[in-house]
Design a binder for this molecule. Sequence first.
Ligand SMILES: Cc1cc2nc3c(=O)[nH]c(=O)nc-3n(C[C@H](O)[C@H](O)[C@H](O)COP(=O)(O)OP(=O)(O)OC[C@H]3O[C@@H](n4cnc5c(N)ncnc54)[C@H](O)[C@@H]3O)c2cc1C
Length: 424
Amino acid sequence: MNERYDVVIIGGGPAGLAAAIGAREGGARVLVVEREAQLGGILKQCVHDGFGLMRYGEALTGPEYAARDVDRAMGLGADVALCTFVLEAHREQEGFRLVLTSRSGVREVHARSVVLATGCRERTAKQVFIHGDRPSGIFTAGCAQNLVNVQGMLPAKRVVVLGSGDIGLIMARRLTLEGAKVLGVYEARPRPSGLARNIAQCLDDFGIPLHLGTTVTRTFGRDRLEAVEVCKVDERMQPVEGTEQRIGCDGLVVSVGLIPENEVAEQLGVPMCAETHGPIVDQQLQTLVDGVFSAGNCTSVNDLVDYVSETGLRAGRAAALHALRQQGRSLREVRCGNGVASCVPQRIDFGPECGEVTFYLRSDSDYRDVEVLFVSQGEVLARKRLRAVRQAETVRVAADLGQMGNRVYVSIAGSGHVKGEGNG
Ligand SMILES: Cc1cc2nc3c(=O)[nH]c(=O)nc-3n(C[C@H](O)[C@H](O)[C@H](O)COP(=O)(O)OP(=O)(O)OC[C@H]3O[C@@H](n4cnc5c(N)ncnc54)[C@H](O)[C@@H]3O)c2cc1C
């Protein structure tokens, strides 16, 4: 069966749902393809609150946040294909051909625009080079979160957590609440990566120790994990000999970062950004392949779901516009200057409707009292003063760049570098 849509969205998490809303509001015929049995993406398993503070001014749980978008997208009449995986994606003369597989077989759909909203996946113990046996009992934080919050299982009783990002901190608290003993959170860096409020609410309130400058170097156990070895690290992140310590445990929860998931983008020949590991996009989230848009965590890893939804909505609207009225682009380049580790968008379509552009930046360190500067041809086009920026948090800045040249540099200037301090 050959089906035709204006916009096909791959991924039904918060980015994909917002894109569906944006595209339907733009008058497009929309299909959302989701490989799981339910919409909502990773939010389905995030039962803690704190989602939607910016978008709704309320602290919602992940499922509550997702439900609002599911209701809205369904209410607007988006089609949804659940338990459906995108096998192949090809460019055609006018648009794209996608090969989808599900229990009812293989089907082909054609789309004028495609929105990639495939999220990210977690780094594993192997990717951070933990030596030793590979018994059961070693989980990524997301896997442990799914077992506890969705499947109602307690995956371990004595747990070591590696990584102090927000997901690791939240899982340390969650496992404690469910009756496990969390022996400690170990973080190789000198500072915790998670939010200060999560350190207080997830560790301090439950007496869970945080060990900075320390990592897990080895696992022990034949069938089931019996112990891990932890070790201090030097400033080059190398284990310090003689500081090894063996800790008896039956669970290791690894929370060491997220990687944008971009297999479909690669199939479509979408050029990638070395800094974000996601597609290079313009301010409408259109990649360098005309008609392919990218939103949410597959574009760059976001700490706040509110930003994910914002990019999804914008990508969906622009994808609808592209499907119904294709236009040429005049792209200018955005480059990372001093203090900036990554920036989305990396291009600006400098057309007549350019106006204010929303940037999502990551700094290369923690700084206080800084200015974000946009400079082109030696001239400062826009500046924004900020009291503090943290490496682990996305900085959202809206700027009107007026008359820019072919290239604009974004940098963080006047930086009071925060050395080795606690976060917050
Ligand atoms: C374990 C974990 C816990 C997190 N906890 C928090 C938190 O507490 N608070 C917070 O603000 N953020 C959290 N995040 C960040 C979170 O990822 C984002 O806030 C948000 O969910 C990202 O939305 P997304 O739509 O880009 O991706 P996702 O929510 O990951 O959704 C992507 C969707 O795409 C689908 N998909 C992927 N590839 C295909 C394909 N080929 N075909 C069909 N479907 C596909 C996936 O099944 C998934 O449903 C967490 C992330 C992870 C990984």
